[in-house]
Design a protein around this ligand. Structure first.
Ligand SMILES: [Zn+2]
Length: 492
């Protein structure tokens, strides 16, 4: 039994002016052949789950390419074509294979293409022909398309946000693929796309509308005829026609059942669409509330400056306000500014420096802030995620400096990565529990690890390209009408 294995993952924020080029992939993941298995075995990722399940079931993996980059603007044509050609070339060279496992995102927009994943899946299908089954894991933020559904036999979307079930989905995709190869299952799918564009801030699965929908789906999955149900909240910052909410129900050879369940879930989502509207506090109010709160740490969630949603990661508005009011015992985690890091390196540990931090990528995340502070630590930016998300996965932030501005400690990083793990604070010698205020640049993912330790979480409506305030964006290509951009949208 031989299974072809490949990964390409990117969440593209089409409002970002930062191109996602080859260097961005090299900074995160660009692995080939057998080194993929070595890099991902035992990690809490889809690939980690796929590798574990294949090894347990005695299936041989034929690993090809694994490419991932931090979310940003359009994926450049050259790196997209490179990965695609490598994948298809390896597939042709692999000879007879029994099935294909792909770990994809679902919101990747390469230059000149709306739907990167649909394009990849269809290309793989053309090589393997109609008989070899293809199973695909997709991110919760996938903007589900007809090409993805038509090209693959099985789609397995993450069911959680924060994404803590990636490895589970990798296992599931592998096991169901083996069932299809063994003719024990005949996947038959139904898809619904009610016109809803949920902002990231209301997509969390711990509570709210997505919890309600997944509770219903979990009940439905108890029927042995149901193979799996994926409810995609979608990625609203990819301004493409397919952006937004999507439902995928796959049954064992029962189209009527798939259609009925998909209709029920779509109706539930539509009935509760108003719960997807998100509100957060303006910067001044949020900072004042944090400083007045009891206990510590108080998390100020800089939801709009989440590099995991393609924002710059160098937003300054919350920092500026904290400095303006003279706040102390503050950690800002983490601010992407390679130029400021270089200045700190040049000055050296213990030196006092005056420099501009943040606000350099574009004019959507606040202007640079001029600060004078002491360089406390410098490091190579290597840490290991301790979870619950991505547990065991090595992280690379590039050269990292801690700049202390009157007890406002700014963690400056050189590689873009969302602050989803407290290890990103601890590895530079700072104890997050010891501080009054933690500014965390993340929309939802930080909750998995920070919610248990935070005294209070305050969501902030600062400017930025991952803002849940969708009125901040000028959409041009998304299908209209769509709720909540068009409040009077009707469905079905
Ligand atoms: Zn996601």
């Amino acid at each position: 039994m031989r299974l072809f294995l490949a990964m390409m993952s990117h969440e593209t924020n089409t409002f970002s002016n930062v191109p996602t080029d080859r260097g961005q992939f090299e900074a995160r993941n660009l692995h080939y052949g057998g080194e993929i298995v070595e890099a991902f075995r035992g990690t809490g990722t889809c690939l980690g789950g796929m590798i574990a399940a294949a090894e347990r079931r005695g299936a041989r993996l034929v690993p090809s390419v694994a490419a991932a980059a931090s979310p940003a603007g359009l994926v450049t044509r050259d790196i997209y074509e490179h990965v695609k050609e490598r994948m298809l070339g390896d597939l042709k060279a692999a000879g007879a294979i029994d099935g294909v496992l792909l770990d994809l995102h679902g919101a990747m927009v390469p230059e000149g293409l709306d739907d990167g994943e649909g394009d990849l899946i269809e290309a793989v299908r053309r090589v393997v022909g109609p008989e070899v089954p293809i199973a695909v894991t997709l991110d919760f933020h996938s903007n589900l398309s007809a090409s993805m559904v038509g090209g693959a036999d099985l789609l397995h979307g993450y069911k959680t946000y924060p994404h803590v079930d990636m490895s589970e989905r990798g296992v599931e995709a592998t096991e169901r693929l083996l069932d299809v190869i063994g003719k024990r299952l005949r996947p038959t799918a139904a898809v619904r796309k009610p016109p809803i564009l949920p902002p990231l801030g209301s997509q969390g699965t711990a509570r709210g509308p997505m919890r309600r929908l997944y509770d219903a789906a979990t009940e439905m999955e108890k029927d042995p005829k149901v193979i799996s149900i994926s409810i995609f909240a979608g990625f609203p910052h990819a301004d493409i026609p397919d952006a937004g909410f999507g439902i995928y129900v796959v049954t064992d050879d029962d189209q009527a059942l798939a259609d009925r369940l998909a209709d029920q879930l779509a109706a539930t989502a539509w009935t509760h669409r108003h719960e997807f509207v998100h509100t957060a506090l303006p910067v001044r109010e949020a900072v004042a509330k944090a400083l007045a709160a009891e206990g510590k740490p108080i998390v100020l969630a800089d939801m709009a400056d989440n590099t995991g949603g393609g924002a710059a990661g160098d937003g300054t508005e919350i920092l500026r306000e904290l400095l303006r009011v003279g706040a102390r015992s503050v950690v800002v985690a983490c601010l992407w500014d390679p130029q400021a890091v270089a200045e700190c390196v040049k000055a050296g540990v213990g030196a006092s420096v005056t420099l501009s931090v943040g606000g350099k990528v574009d004019d959507r995340h606040g202007a640079p802030v001029r600060v004078t502070g002491v360089v406390r630590t410098l490091s190579d930016g290597r840490f290991v995620h301790k979870g619950p998300m991505a547990r065991g996965l090595p992280g690379r932030l590039g050269t990292t400096a801690v700049l202390d501005v009157n007890d406002v400690k700014i963690i400056l990083i050189s590689y873009r990565w969302q602050t989803l793990d407290p290890e990103m604070i601890r590895f530079v010698g700072i104890d997050p529990l010891d501080h009054k205020v933690l500014v965390i640049k993340s929309t939802i993912h930080y909750r998995a690890a920070f919610e248990p330790m935070a005294r209070e979480i305050i969501e902030v409506d600062a400017p930025g390209l991952s803002s849940s305030n969708l009125a901040r964006f000028e959409f041009k290509r998304i299908r209209r009408p769509i709720f909540p951009l068009d409040p009077h949208t009707t469905y079905p």
